[in-house]
Design a binder for this molecule. Structure first.
Ligand SMILES: *Cc1c(COP(=O)(O)O)cnc(C)c1O
Length: 347
């Protein structure tokens, strides 16, 4: 028997699918995949994959083999690539799952050649980010000869920064690689890269954050819908006299008599202390500001203007763009911080 939780994530299937379709259209003729690493950016990778497969998505990306295993069986016709590539101990799992490693270094290429030469793989070339990937020079030494490359990819470092010179440089370098390295498909763009125009899309795009409601560039404003809405139960309502203080450190003082609601969410749920004085609960459309510090499992919000009672459920304002500005957390952090104490409810 499961205990009834007092904290949930309402997840919008229609918004997720609509975001994928918009990203797919922006990519022109390219297929549109989906990055579902970090448990689907906190939403739950399994639920995301099932819904996107239904929308038509066939190409999924996780970071590690552990994530690939946890994902469970893939939907019919779907394929999975593992972005961090393959280490010696991963080889048995790689063979049994049939997911492709994204080979990221000379060592990984040699390992794959010796262990699984005829099996399809992806290859990451570093075109300027200096994170993962073999260098363009390494790729020209014959190193990749004999590999069965499904997708040759690179990753943009500054796609979310308007007019950054590195975008065109990386595009130019990647075009050169496409001419030199045979592969079934070529892939460069993440969510923000898709917004740079179809020139960046090649055969396959790899959006993550924008599937889940993140807006990284002006082109996506008004096109990408919110997917994630936390909702939380009111544990208590308290009436405060003027001068009473709230929470650890007594950082908030009531300037007049007021009512506060104590809610079952805190920094252990990813609702970090950065939301103190910045975040709000939602009673219908009415914003109820967070007062005092965020605790590990609790917050207090001002419900003076409402008739909220213990046992009611309130929304939490989780507009990613606005909350990112307010808290200084990135939209990526806001999503991937969401912990496992939420009941995830797809509608
Ligand atoms: C995470 C990741 C993506 C998705 O990036 P978003 O900015 O979330 O769209 C695409 N490609 C690679 C290699 C990644 O690591």
């Amino acid at each position: 028997m499961d205990a009834m939780r007092a904290l949930r994530l309402n997840l919008d299937s229609a918004a997720l699918a609509a975001n994928w379709r918009w990203l797919e259209q922006q990519g022109g003729r390219a297929a549109c995949g989906a990055a579902v690493k970090a448990d689907g950016y906190g939403l739950g990778a399994r639920g995301v994959v099932e819904r996107l497969a239904e929308a038509g998505c066939r190409d999924f990306f996780v970071a590690t083999w552990d994530e690939a295993v946890r994902l469970g069986p893939l939907p019919e016709g779907a394929s999975l690539a593992v972005l961090h590539g393959v280490r010696e101990p991963d080889l048995p799992i790689a063979a049994s799952l049939g997911a492709r490693p994204v080979l990221n270094s000379v060592e990984q290429v040699l390992l794959w050649k010796s262990a699984a030469a005829g099996e399809p793989c992806d290859v990451m070339i570093d075109t300027g980010m200096n994170r993962l990937g073999i260098t363009p020079e390494e790729s020209r030494t014959g190193l990749l000869d004999g590999l069965e490359i499904d997708t040759l990819m690179s990753h943009l470092a500054c796609a979310d920064e308007p007019g950054h010179a590195l975008n065109e440089q990386q595009l130019f370098t990647f075009r050169g690689l496409r001419g030199a390295i045979p592969a079934r498909r070529y892939s460069l763009a993440n969510s923000a890269g898709i917004c740079l125009g179809a020139r960046y899309s090649f055969n396959l795009t790899r959006p993550g954050i924008s599937l889940y409601g993140g807006v990284q560039r002006a082109e996506a404003e008004g096109q990408i819908a919110q997917v994630v809405r936390p909702e939380v139960e009111v544990l208590q309502v308290r009436t405060l006299p003027e001068g009473a203080t709230v929470g650890y450190g007594a950082t908030f003082t009531a300037q007049q008599p007021m009512r506060i609601a104590i809610l079952n969410i805190g920094y252990a749920d990813g609702y970090l202390r950065a939301f103190g004085g910045k975040g709000a609960a939602l009673a219908g459309d009415l914003a109820c500001p967070v007062v005092g510090r965020v605790s590990m499992d609790l917050i207090a919000v001002d419900v003076s203007a409402t008739d909220v009672r213990a046992g009611d459920w309130l929304g939490i304002d989780y507009d990613l763009a606005r909350m990112s500005l307010a808290t200084g957390l990135t939209q990526y952090e806001l999503l991937t911080l969401l912990g496992d104490r939420y009941e995830r409810r797809w509608a």
